[in-house]
Design a binder for this molecule. Sequence first.
Ligand code: DC
Length: 223
Amino acid sequence: MNNPVPVLTLDGPSGSGKGAVGQLCAQKLGWHYLDSGAIYRALAYVVRQAGLDAGDVEAVVQRAEDLKMECLPNPPESAVIMVNGENVDDRVRNEEMGRLASRLASIPAVRAALLRVQRRARQAPGLVADGRDMGTVVFPDAHRKFFLTAGAGVRAERRYKQLKVKGFDGSLAALFEAIQERDTRDAQRAVSPLKPAEDATMLDTSDMSIDEVVSRVLDRVIH
Ligand code: DC
């Protein structure tokens, strides 16, 4: 049966602007917001805390099934990640945890376990979902789909600014490389790779402000 609750999906690589844009669109529409990357980061946190090996698939999947996390919208910054009621944002919004999240995200059984959690977020009056496979796998029947891109240098600079606020003291060059490596893994994995849905609208945000992207997206949702 068709699900009548509308979904707007925003997929794209890191630094493409989907987090800020997604939260602002959700706020303006009065819809719920799903930061699917936060779910993978929360799992990375739990796995790290438990001292598990990322290769121990059975144990990692068990943690994915038991995951208790929530995300508090915080636009235009990224949403705040809570695990078991504790704010773990400072510990998971860094490239090291991004890399672990990306590694865990390449395990098919982990993705399957997290699919249900993500689909549960589809609640009336609507959902804005951001990630890598929102339009292709998680919500293939979404009403509007966007794939945001931006030049690699622009994306690294955006991430650099976001992380600086959180006390990051690494170099832009190292961050650029880490992001490239993560995007390559996300795009080349066998299950749910980062790629635009066939019916997605492509939007290069390199030279656009967040507000410009938000109005372009909302224009398509409302009309
Ligand atoms: O959006 P983000 O940087 O917080 O995501 C962290 C990692 O989680 C990303 O490198 C790959 C994974 N991810 C995924 O595989 N599928 C999603 N829908 C969202 C994130």
